[in-house]
Design a protein around this ligand. Structure first.
Ligand code: ZN
Length: 432
């Protein structure tokens, strides 16, 4: 297994919920010497400084300032969340002699893939303190749940047409009726007495990841969408050598449910950070607008690779393959923000980094999904491209991607974070 894939799998093992992903990113930034900026205090930034901030404990933004004046922002964003099941507030359920925990779906999972698989639980717990409230990150030591399928003898049509009710078919088993309820376990996981637990955001997650195939060219793991991109962007950000632009790394929560939370891509998280950076460097509104006009946003979210058994779902010409390199996404209706200009710029970065590029477009009679780029552009209107890494089985509990593609994204984004743009009436100059 190559080093990048090894590091990716170790990141996925830690980043089991958006809270854990953000925590891991913050700890790494802290160890690298980045200074944490509290959102509830005025910022005093110095040139040459390196900073990060987090919102809701599930979204993270990091940037570094050059020694001299800067031209624009080189921004790249991905998302920390993945489809899952969230434990409900009142969750203790007893039925047919068993104990379970009531859940509801978070995002759009392929339900069948969550069945008959050991599931762990993690997230955050809010506990009572003398002064008020404290938030604690928690995860179970090992699997505690499983969603059992119904035997084929009782459901003869299970292979013809899969249909699941989230209220009945997808409720996870936890123990037997006379076992302690799951809620008792939450206090234990948080390391506090039962009466101290006030609330929680807890999600089921599955573990494990592996490299496989004729030439070990495939990597399969939970949450590749979109933690493979988070990992690649973050590695590139840490390894970049910026000159006269401000590189900005963003990891947003809640993409899978539309991004419309205070920490999602539709929030003011990015816009407010960029405004505060400019203000704290004493730039006028006029000067700030000029910086934004020379900025570039790369929105990175995994893309559908052509399926080995169902190539008919792919566009005949714009169909990426695993290990074929980074994917640029196109959509005439602007569900992806890519246009000729942003595509051309991104291609120039790929050329510079020696990275292969592929194109994705939906089959013209299939609607497809949308992602961060368009939503973020409505908050911070800068030139933008939607890209991603090719993968199979998007939103399965166990997804598959090309083992070589992660490194390709790291290389092109390192080049991106190190560069700056200068727009003129005759074109855009890239300073690599
Ligand atoms: Zn995604």
């Amino acid at each position: 297994m190559d080093r990048t894939t090894e590091e990716l799998l170790s990141f996925l093992k830690e980043a089991v919920t958006p809270f854990h992903a953000a925590d891991r990113l913050c700890r790494t930034l802290e160890a690298d010497g980045y200074e944490r900026l509290p959102e509830n205090r005025p910022w005093k930034l110095i040139t040459g400084g390196r900073y990060y901030l987090s919102r809701n404990g599930s979204s993270v933004l990091a940037f570094s300032l050059p020694e001299g004046p800067f031209r624009g922002f080189q921004i790249a964003a991905a998302h920390t969340d993945s489809p899952s099941f969230k434990i409900k507030e009142s969750a203790d359920r007893v039925s047919a002699g068993y104990r379970g925990a009531e859940t509801e779906p978070y995002g759009g999972s392929i339900y069948s893939t969550w069945l008959d698989r050991p599931l762990s639980v993690g997230g955050r717990v809010c506990v009572r303190t003398e002064e008020g409230v404290e938030t604690r990150l928690v995860r179970s030591e090992g699997p505690l749940f499983l969603i059992p399928s119904v035997a084929i003898h009782m459901n003869r049509s299970c292979n013809d047409k899969a249909s699941f009710s989230a209220a009945t078919d997808l409720q996870p088993l936890y123990g037997l009726a006379d076992d302690e309820p799951f809620s008792a376990r939450i206090a234990e996981m948080a390391g506090v007495p039962k009466e101290s637990v006030l609330s929680r955001d807890l999600f089921l997650f599955s573990d494990g990841g592996t490299v496989w195939g004729a030439g070990e060219q495939f990597v399969s793991a939970p949450r590749l969408d979109d933690l493979q991109c988070v990992f690649a962007l973050f590695s590139a950000f840490r390894g970049a050598q910026p000159k006269d632009a401000v590189p900005v790394f963003c990891a947003f929560d809640n993409e899978e449910v539309g991004s419309r939370s205070k920490q999602g891509a539709a929030s003011d998280f990015l816009r407010s950070a960029l405004e505060r950076i400019c203000e704290s460097l004493s730039l006028s509104r006029n000067e700030t607008a000029a910086r934004l006009a020379d900025s570039f946003l790369v929105s990175a979210d995994n893309a559908h690779a052509i399926h080995p058994n169902h190539p008919e779902y792919a566009d005949p010409l714009n169909a990426p393959v695993l290990n074929g390199g980074v994917v640029i996404k196109f959509n005439a209706d602007q569900r992806y923000t890519t246009d000729a200009e942003s595509c051309a710029l991104f291609r120039r970065f790929c050329e510079q980094a020696g990275v292969p590029v592929q194109c994705y477009a939906n089959r013209s009679d299939l609607p497809g999904g949308s992602t961060l780029g368009g939503i973020s552009s409505s908050q911070v209107s800068v030139r933008s491209v939607d890209i991603g890494l090719p993968q199979l089985s998007m939103h399965s509990a166990y997804e598959t991607a090309g083992a070589k593609d992660t490194d390709a994204l790291v290389r092109v984004m390192q080049c991106f974070f190190s560069a700056s743009l200068e727009t003129s009436p005759s074109g855009i100059r890239i300073r690599f």
